[in-house]
Design a protein around this ligand. Structure first.
Ligand SMILES: Nc1ncnc2c1ncn2[C@@H]1O[C@H](COP(=O)(O)OP(=O)(O)O)[C@@H](O)[C@H]1O
Ligand SMILES: [Mg+2]
Length: 447
């Protein structure tokens, strides 16, 4: 942008110099035209003075004539100087000068004859005087020079017009560019400022949420252990056990939270690399179901797998992490007796995983937000359901790093289905296993 501005600066400087030059030439032509006018006026005036003297014999006419005669030569010199750029005009000036000289010689003679022989002598001599011919020649030369100057004038006027419109365009361009540069820099500074502020805001929001999340279980642990230590429980083994259980549960929650925070931090800062390799989708689904079976049993939820085996190109541990996250949510937010279905179906070059529940559903306005850190539909979800609010953010980060997408479709009161895609391996094809294309539930965790 700066280089462009510099170029426009140089161009406008040149254009303006050109414009000044052109307008100087125009005024120069005007000066020459005016000089021609004055030369022809001086000659005509001298002729009139001679005529006056010849007719009246009055010496004031002679004085006027001598004045005119004296004044004409500086004008001719100026004319010569003024046309020095044009060799043609110079030639004409020389001819004009000699004609005018000759004309003045004839007029001098006229005055002398009038003085020595009176009016009649002049009238007798005037029949063969060269005076009128010379006057005509002088006028013709002046007209010729004027014609040439007028031609030059229109030529130079045109050039001046052209360079002034060019100068206008260049100046306009310069103004636009300068404005764009100023606007651009203001926007850049503004963007940097807002970006900086946004980062600061996110940081402080993160710190406040994390400290809040840590404080709740710690307070609870502190309370339970404090009660035990105070001996207020009066040696009741049952109550003591209950307090210890609360402390252990909360410690678990703390560990989960810290693990999730570390995970999302590493994932989002790119410290965790994905190691994609060809792996079998049905194996991943079975393993996820297996891992989550104890939780499903606790909540009286049945897990159904509907799966045909496909080979995907993905980091198996990370995809398992996504599946268990989604599965744990599906279980948590379902009523006892509910069914959770997991399946994977090819979609173009991808395999689309689905985890569908019949739980409470997610309001439309939260269906995007829940993928952000610590975003929960209900503020009490983390406390009542034991979550951290980071599971979906982690899932999204992993899926995106595989080049896939994650989203949810949900109806309040009817259930939610979470989808995510991962690329199929190039050598995509069915693995010849006994589980292939089996649509039957392979794990049922209902009691
Ligand atoms: N299957 C689901 N049914 C209803 N709500 C869900 C489901 N999965 C996620 N949610 C909502 O999205 C929020 C964020 O989920 P997540 O990021 O996994 O955090 P957490 O499970 O730790 O609360 C949950 O707290 C819950 O409000
Ligand atoms: Mg979760």
């Amino acid at each position: 942008m700066l280089t462009l501005l510099a170029i426009v600066g140089v161009v406008s400087h040149r254009t303006i110099l050109g414009l000044i030059d052109d307008s100087q030439w125009v005024s120069h032509t005007h000066v020459v035209l005016e000089l021609l006018q004055r030369v022809s006026f001086q000659v005509t005036q001298a002729e009139a003075a001679v005529r006056g003297f010849v007719i009246t014999g009055n010496s004031s006419f002679e004085a006027q004539y001598l004045d005119d005669k004296q004044n004409i030569w500086p004008l001719i010199s100026e004319l010569r100087l003024g046309t020095s750029d044009n060799p043609n005009q110079q030639k004409i000036v020389s001819r004009l000068e000699s004609l005018i000289k000759e004309r003045f010689i004839v007029m001098d003679e006229g005055i002398q004859i009038r003085k020595s022989g009176g009016l009649n002598a002049v009238l007798a001599q005037s029949k063969n005087s060269r005076g009128p011919t010379l006057s005509l020649q002088i006028s013709a030369l002046v007209a010729q020079m004027r014609g040439e100057e007028n031609r030059l004038l229109s030529e130079r006027n045109l050039r001046e017009q052209k360079s002034s419109s060019r100068a206008f365009v260049v100046a306009l361009l310069a103004v636009f560019l300068a404005m764009a540069a100023v606007l651009g820099s203001v926007l850049l500074i503004f963007r940097d400022l807002t970006r900086g502020r946004e980062v600061d805001r996110l940081k402080s929001e993160f710190v406040s949420i994390v400290s809040h999340e840590l404080r709740t279980p710690l307070t609870s642990i502190h309370g339970s252990l404090g009660l035990l230590a105070s001996g207020l429980l009066g040696g009741s083994a049952e109550k003591g056990k209950r307090m210890l259980e609360i402390a252990v549960n909360n410690t678990d929650r703390l560990i989960r939270l810290l693990n999730d925070i570390l995970d999302i931090e590493k994932l989002e800062s790119g410290k965790i690399q994905m190691h994609p390799l060809p792996c079998d989708s049905s194996e991943l689904l079975s393993r996820a179901a297996e891992v989550m079976t104890p939780m499903a049993q606790d909540h009286h939820i049945a897990i159904h797998l509907s799966n045909s085996s496909k080979i995907i190109n993905a980091d198996p541990d990370r995809i398992l992490q996504c599946l268990t996250n989604l599965l744990s949510n599906a279980i948590k937010f379902s009523e006892a007796g509910g069914i959770v279905i997991m399946r994977a179906t090819p979609a173009g070059e991808n395999l689309r995983f689905e985890v569908a529940d019949q739980g409470r559903g997610i309001p439309l306005d939260k269906q995007e937000a829940i993928f952000e850190r610590f975003q929960q539909v209900d503020a009490s979800d983390s406390r009542r359901k034991g979550g951290t609010g980071l599971g979906l953010a982690i899932t999204r980060s992993i899926v995106q790093q595989h080049g896939g997408k994650v989203w949810v479709e949900s109806q309040m009161g009817k259930g939610s289905t979470f989808f995510f895609t991962v690329p199929l391996a190039n050598t995509a094809g069915q693995i010849p296993t006994s589980e292939s294309n089996s649509d039957a539930p392979i794990i049922t965790a209902t009691q």
